[in-house]
Ligand binder design. Structure first.
Ligand code: AMP
Length: 413
């Protein structure tokens, strides 16, 4: 026997039951996003590697260790996108969207790729839904983004949600703070993990994220960015909080919140669910006021988030819409096959989910199968059409296909 093939490590097949839940989540997400004025948008799954090196940041884990990068046949370095914001910012510049009325509000849904250690809730190919609002630094956009994600998670039936919120300040204020933090880390260098030591210059903020006990002890006493915000940044953050308070959104201000991407400025946030294990992050995002300029565009503020589809579904106990119960078209004898096919087509055209006998079962076998499928009714096609209501068990002859369709349309869902 030929060797069996398997899906690559960290990837998965979406089996029909999950496919249905994903579809329903997509529908609900689209409805919430539309209400907030966000429009659907897509970028390619592959981009120039340089986009992520420049956009996400050379010192991030994503760029250093997690990208699927390859050379195409023309010798260009391409990367399977590990996140969505850099691509959207690239497209904003490429299509001159700064000339449109601002802010430009976009949402996307699609696959993303990170070469991470695969475990429950962490995959190498996963899907995200996300938003970006570009062209305004108004704090109401930050609050609106957060509110929008909270509403989407609620619509998806995600439970035990906790929101963590912080501000990273502007890039300039952050630079001054980072110098202070580097100084502090150097004073305690011997107590830090090797990984953190190696990144004191490039990315000292990641020290807040470390699991290493010695590093954690040092970080408990480290200067906090939130206590070092400049006047404008502090005011911006206060306004975001006031808007969230007004909207009745509860959150914890968490000065240790660091996101794994370099482009964030000012507001950052993360939603977690107690329903998830170690990988508790459902979605997160923040403001990125320097990103578009860094990618060669005009100075353009922006704010957005991304949420993991698989994590949302893991943390949701909502049915997310079952399949409607079908009408089953059974074939009493071979002579009825074409009529049965025509009846199934007419039922489907009338908007009814219809299953048709297509596997050579006996009539008894077909009725059993209809039962298994949870059919509301069975139309048995032979000499004529027998209509069997599976709820009441009642059976009667109907004169023709039109009458069968009329009865089916009138059935309870
Ligand atoms: P990030 O861009 O890292 O903030 O990710 C945003 C969201 O995407 C996270 O909160 C997760 O829900 C999801 N996510 C990120 N990485 C993975 C992964 N490797 N597997 C599954 N979901 C992920």
């Amino acid at each position: 026997m030929a060797a069996k093939l398997q899906a690559p490590r960290g990837t998965f097949d979406v089996l029909p039951e999950d496919g249905q839940r994903r579809r329903e989540l997509y529908r609900r997400a689209g409805s919430v996003l539309g209400r907030y004025g966000y429009r659907p948008f897509e970028t390619p799954v592959i981009e120039d590697t340089d986009l992520f090196a420049r956009g996400v940041g050379e010192s991030t884990d994503i760029v250093r260790k997690e990208m699927f990068t390859f050379e195409d046949r023309g010798g260009r370095s391409l990367t399977l996108r590990p996140e969505g914001t850099a691509g959207v910012a690239r497209a904003y510049v490429e299509h001159g969207m700064h000339k449109l009325p601002q802010p430009v509000k976009l949402w996307y849904w699609g696959p993303f790729f990170r070469h991470e250690r695969a475990q429950a809730g962490r995959y190498r190919q996963f899907a995200q839904v996300g938003t970006e609002a570009l062209g305004s630094d108004d704090p109401s956009l930050d609050a609106e983004s957060i509110l929008l994600l909270a509403e989407l998670l609620e619509a998806a039936g995600v439970h035990e949600v906790r929101l963590r919120l912080a501000s990273l300040g502007s890039l300039e204020a952050r630079a001054a703070y980072l110098d202070k933090l580097r100084g502090y880390l150097r004073e305690h260098e011997g107590e830090l993990s090797e990984d953190v030591q190696g990144r004191i210059d490039a990315n000292p903020l990641r020290a807040f994220d470390a699991d290493h006990p010695g590093t954690r002890a040092v970080m408990a006493g480290a200067p906090r960015l939130l206590d070092n915000l400049s006047g404008d940044d502090a005011e911006h953050f206060a306004e975001v909080r006031a808007l969230l308070d007004g909207a009745g959104v509860s959150y914890d201000v968490d000065p240790t919140l660091v996101r794994g991407l370099d482009y964030y400025t000012r507001t950052v946030f993360e939603f977690e669910s107690g329903r998830l294990g170690a990988q508790s992050g459902v979605g997160g995002g923040g403001r990125y006021d320097g990103l578009v300029e860094q990618l060669g565009g005009p100075a353009t503020p922006g704010v957005g988030w991304a949420a993991g589809i698989e994590r949302i579904l893991l943390a949701s106990d909502s049915e997310l819409g079952g399949f409607p119960r079908p009408v089953y078209v059974a074939v009493a004898d071979d002579g009825g096959r074409r009529e049965a096919f025509a009846l199934a087509t007419a039922l489907r055209e009338a908007g009814i989910r219809t299953e048709l006998e297509q596997a050579g079962r006996s009539l008894k076998g077909q009725l059993k199968h209809a039962d298994r499928l949870g059919a509301k009714a069975v139309a048995i096609v032979g000499e004529g059409i027998e209509w069997k209501d599976m709820g009441t068990g009642e059976q009667r002859s109907v004169t023709n296909a039109q009458e069968a369709v009329r009865i089916a349309v009138g059935l309870e869902p």
